[in-house]
Design a protein around this ligand. Structure first.
Ligand code: AGP
Length: 596
């Protein structure tokens, strides 16, 4: 949700910032902007639209230090005026997060004669900085005074005329600082620093970095000196390019086998299993509570089917945003499992914090080992899907299903763990087979011309139906819903007519007839039907009735969601392409939702 970058001590700041913004564009693409310091003055370009919109104007800016921003709009529509950086007097500022008390600050500043040029919450920051700088004539004091007035979540990068360098501030939204080749950098995420920084450090909440003359120093919000440990930029945090694929979505679907393989590799050896088992034994918990948002919520839902059956104890699942504002029974006897690809989704991180405060043991299931969520958690359950750029999650979902299956198996004991680990290793080939054999084109054409697409499933196939529906909606904008197959007849069947398509997921042979009868009911009302089923699962009458049938290899039930989801991802992708949408950057969305 907004990407920020800063650099100091480089030859061409505008070029460095522009390159970094391209790597951060997945965080928001409503507008982009850059400020550089050159000849002692701040020069700014900013435009509504994607990062490419500033390419020409940024090219000639130069400068040796600067800041940049790519925006996902929260306050104020996407426009040139609302684009960051926001400038006031000698200050230019980029912000990721939400200043919750902006309205009262704006009122106070307006009464003092300040003029605002945007509808954003962020513009209060340069206004406050300018005011405090005029009062103290000292950059550090101005920054400390400013942050003491802010409530909410804020990662900031600040440029000040007359001060060669930049300031970076972190509170609840990420800032990673880096050094290399005599230059200093800061960014919202590590891939934006690849090729620039050699060593990196993650700022903690309440820390400020001052980059001056090729050096970087740190303090806390009280002004006391702080120290950070730098380590080499992880090889995995590399800048990712399309490499011959037309979109990241299809590239990342093709990377699912590697995501499953690498996630299994992270569980090889006894370390991860031992950590999980030890945490469980120490606390002797009696229930599991799982949370996530969007796709991560769906992978948690799917995993809970296996977890509850295996452990014989309640495994509840709630969306993170609901969990926080619901008084759920969570305490010292609860194992809380937070699932998040990015590890920085505000709702999920705050849910984990709340669970921890309530005394629960918190496990973070995440693809980003240095994320905010790992900082909150007692232990980490690794997902190794690799950097995911497309806003629509694909390979990370499959990595999560694999990691969660191994997580529950580790809680059960060594025998189950060995069996699931070997099944996960085998799933790599099943995924590869599914990707190469699935022909999604005809179903995608049907989706593209449908007034609504209803995804149905029973048991563990139901969360997969939810995920299929989410994927189609977010990348193609075709409306629809995911539904438990048995529930359709209790209301939603009223929407079925010749313009609608139902996609049924059937991987559990024992439930096949039940879901098949829902398909019969849909067809009887003139609806069209597509079926994604495990080999050998589809009853003969369903084969005749369904207009489209996609078979996937059968596998261990707890892993079936990571195979059966692939045709649904491919259908969503092809539908988006047929309709001329950009599947990588759907409208109104951003990959990391770091605001509540
Ligand atoms: C998935 O395709 C979405 N774009 C979205 O639902 C996402 O899964 C959700 O925002 C959670 O993100 P996280 O896994 O990074 O926490």
């Amino acid at each position: 949700m907004c990407g920020i970058i800063a650099c100091a001590g480089v030859k061409d700041a505008a070029r460095v910032l522009y390159g970094g913004l391209q790597d951060l564009e997945y965080r928001g693409y409503d507008s982009a902007g850059i400020s550089v310091l050159s000849g002692g003055k701040i020069h700014t370009v900013k435009r509504a639209g994607r990062v490419g919109a500033i390419a020409q104007a940024a090219a000639g800016l130069g400068g040796s230090c600067g800041i940049g921003h790519t925006r996902w709009a929260t306050h104020g529509r996407p426009s040139d005026a609302n684009a960051h950086p926001h400038v006031c007097g000698r200050f230019s500022v980029v912000h990721n997060g939400i200043i919750e008390n902006y309205a009262e600050l704006k009122k106070e500043l307006a009464c003092m004669g300040c003029t605002f040029f945007s509808q954003t919450d962020s513009e209060v920051v340069p206004q406050l900085l300018e005011r405090y700088y005029a009062e103290y004539n000292d950059l550090k004091q101005a920054v400390l005074s400013c942050v003491s007035r802010l409530k909410g979540a804020f990662a900031l990068a600040i440029l000040c005329e007359g001060e060669e360098g930049f300031v970076a501030v972190k509170y609840r939204n990420p800032i990673i600082v880096g050094t290399g080749g005599g230059a200093v950098y800061a960014a919202s995420d590590m891939p934006a620093l690849s090729g620039l920084a050699e060593n990196v450090a993650v700022l903690k909440d309440g820390q400020i970095a001052f980059a001056r003359g090729g050096k970087i120093s740190f303090c806390d919000f009280e002004g006391a000196a702080a120290s950070l440990t730098f380590s080499p930029l992880p090889a995995a945090a590399k800048s990712v390019r399309l490499g011959g694929f037309p979109h990241y979505m299809i590239k990342e679907i093709n990377e699912i086998p590697a995501a499953v393989k690498n996630t299994a590799a992270a569980f090889e050896g006894e370390d991860v299993a031992r950590t999980i088992a030890r945490a469980a034994k120490k606390r002797g918990f009696t229930s599991v509570m799982m949370c996530g948002c969007g796709t991560a919520y769906h992978s948690a839902l799917a995993a809970a089917y296996y977890g509850e059956e295996l452990l014989g104890m309640p495994v509840r699942v709630e969306t993170a945003g609901e969990f926080r504002y619901r008084k759920m029974a969570v305490g010292a006897d609860t194992l809380f499992v937070a699932v998040s690809q990015s590890g920085e989704t505000a709702d999920t991180v705050e849910a984990a914090r709340a669970a921890k405060q309530a005394g629960a043991t918190v496990a973070a299931v995440t693809n980003v080992p240095y994320s905010a969520l790992t900082g909150v958690a007692d232990f980490v359950v690794p997902v190794r899907a690799g950097t995911e750029i497309c806003v629509a999650a694909t390979k990370s979902y499959c990595g999560q299903i694999a990691a969660l299956a191994m997580f529950f198996a580790a809680l059960k004991g060594a025998g189950e763990y060995r069996s699931v680990l070997s099944a996960v290793k085998g799933a790599e080939a099943l995924c590869a087979q599914t990707i190469s054999r699935t022909v999604a084109e005809d179903v995608a054409r049907a989706c593209a011309s449908s007034s609504g697409v209803y995804f149905i499933g029973r048991g563990i196939d139901y969360p997969v139906a939810l995920e299929g529906s989410l994927k189609l909606k977010e990348v193609s904008y075709v409306p629809g819903e995911g539904y438990p197959a048995g529930e359709l007849k209790h209301g939603t069947i009223a929407l079925i007519d010749s313009g609608t398509l139902a996609v049924a997921v059937i991987t559990q042979c024992g439930l096949a007839e039940k879901t098949a009868s829902a398909v019969e009911q849909i067809c009887a009302r003139g609806g069209r039907a597509a079926v994604v089923c495990a080999e050998g699962c589809a009853p003969a009458h369903l084969r005749e009735r369904a207009e489209f049938l996609i078979e996937v290899p059968a596998c261990k039930s707890c892993l079936s969601p990571l195979v059966s989801v692939i045709p649904l991802q491919l259908i969503a992708y092809r539908t988006a392409v047929i309709l001329g949408r950009d599947p990588d950057k759907p409208r109104n969305l951003a990959k990391s939702v770091t605001v509540e």
